[in-house]
Design a protein around this ligand. Structure first.
Ligand SMILES: NC(=O)c1ccc[n+]([C@@H]2O[C@H](COP(=O)([O-])OP(=O)(O)OC[C@H]3O[C@@H](n4cnc5c(N)ncnc54)[C@H](O)[C@@H]3O)[C@@H](O)[C@H]2O)c1
Ligand SMILES: [Zn+2]
Ligand SMILES: [Zn+2]
Length: 392
């Protein structure tokens, strides 16, 4: 089959690789019709090289049609249309019973000390082949895949794999009081969708970014947007807009590649060029996230407010402003989204009325063969690229 493979820093290509096969009775094989490109893929593209092997297949936002099922996958049959959560979870262990699917004890990557396995996401998460490919093997298929009706376009359901539950969890974890306000840092797919969901729930929403077309698109949804390049101090502006206190909650939808942390940028560039083993140790132990967005969140949230982090961080020893966190009595909540925990809440919103605008959310739909160009365009934010869907 054809699949998008990682080859090195900022170097991906479409290769012919072996077709996946059923390996366990709980596996299924899905023929992919659409797979999203995500800000998380950009971390692998730019930065997480020490945890990648050349040839790794990327992608974790799959929608497709079941081709084949193992003998213990009672819930699926060939021909079913399914969207597949980005994490692999069993559905029955201690963690899964609490809805903490990203901590699944059946698929935890214990030799790396990490949580549940993820599709297409480094050795840290089990090096499971991803979905930017013609076919995908789904482990634990008795639980993960969500059946969706045939008929509506792929755009309607594909975001259930990641964007929607991640944005939903970001808003849930933000614990915005009724009549309260929330600032969302970063208006990529996750931040923008979090803005739409928070607005849909009746909150006052501020969206913060520095890319003009992202700010403009979010503003179209009635959200107050702030440009960090034009605005000077975002904290001051947000205080003025909220009666001197700051927003009740802040969502960090930026993560470890935030614009505006010079020292970490040097360290990032360094790990890009160090030999694998050395870079892995530096990245995993020394902690070199660019924390600009998180620092911003701590600065702008009101005293006693809540910060919800959905942006991914990967370092280990980040200097945190503990003095301010403690003094302001801030509540911090974070983690990879527990996809199935939220999908039943979200599904009723994926109707023809389309209150969250999923049908028109993608800015680009490209053939899988053009994935290398898609990565470059999305990373450089060229051609108005906000959400790219790849179609084999
Ligand atoms: N928690 C989860 O389960 C989960 C799931 C999917 C994605 N993510 C993470 O969410 C983050 C966002 O993903 P995305 O697909 O929207 O990616 P993206 O890269 O398109 O979005 C990031 C946005 O942040 C903006 N930005 C950069 N620095 C900023 C700053 N200092 N202040 C404000 N905005 C800034 C960028 O201009 C960009 O628009 C990534 O870190 C991704 O890995 C987490
Ligand atoms: Zn994703
Ligand atoms: Zn489990």
């Amino acid at each position: 089959m054809r699949a998008l493979t990682w080859q090195g820093r900022r170097n991906v290509r479409v290769d012919t690789v072996p077709d996946p096969r059923i390996e366990a009775p709980t596996d299924a094989i899905v023929r992919i019709t659409t797979s999203g490109l995500c800000g998380s893929d950009l971390h692998l593209y730019e930065l997480m090289g020490p945890f990648m092997e050349p040839g790794d297949v990327l992608g974790h936002e799959p929608l497709g049609v079941v081709e084949e099922v193992g003998s213990e996958v009672g819930t699926l049959a060939p021909g079913d249309r399914v969207v597949v959560p980005f994490q692999i979870a069993c559905g029955t262990c201690f963690m899964c019973r609490q809805g903490l699917y990203t901590q699944c004890e059946t698929t935890q990557v214990r030799d790396q000390g990490m949580g549940a396995a993820l599709f297409g996401y480094t050795k840290l998460y089990g090096e499971v082949p991803g979905s930017q490919a013609e076919y995908l093997r789904i482990p634990q298929a008795q639980f993960g895949p969500i059946k969706v009706p045939h008929g509506p376009p792929d755009d309607r359901f594909v975001y259930l794999s990641d964007v929607l539950p991640t944005a939903w969890q970001a808003v849930e974890y933000a614990a915005v009081p009724a009549d309260g306000s929330v600032a969302v840092l970063g208006l990529g797919p996750i931040g923008e969708m979090a803005c739409r969901i928070a607005k849909h729930r009746g909150h006052r929403v501020f969206g913060v970014d520095l890319v003009p077309e992202r700010l403009a698109r979010t503003a179209e949804w009635g959200i107050e947007v702030l440009d960090i390049n034009a605005q000077g101090d975002i904290g001051d502006s947000l205080q003025e807009l909220t009666g001197g206190r700051g927003p009740d909650s802040v969502i960090d939808a930026v993560g470890m590649e935030a614009h505006g942390s010079a020292a970490a940028k040097t360290a990032h560039t360094l790990t890009g060029f160090l030999p694998g083993r050395v870079a892995e140790t530096l990245m995993g132990k020394a902690g070199i996230d660019r924390l600009a967005a998180l620092h911003q969140a701590i600065d702008i949230v009101r005293r006693g407010g809540t910060i919800s982090i959905s942006g991914v961080y990967g370092g280990a020893l980040d200097p945190m402003p503990m003095l301010t966190l403690f003094d302001k009595q801030i509540q911090l909540r974070m983690g990879q989204a527990n996809v199935r925990r939220w999908t039943d809440d979200i599904l009723p919103l994926l109707t023809d009325d389309d209150p969250l605008g999923v049908d028109t959310f993608a800015t680009h739909r490209l053939p899988l063969e053009q994935a290398p160009q898609a990565y470059e365009m999305f990373q450089k934010k060229q051609d108005g690229a906000i959400k790219v869907l790849l179609q084999p």
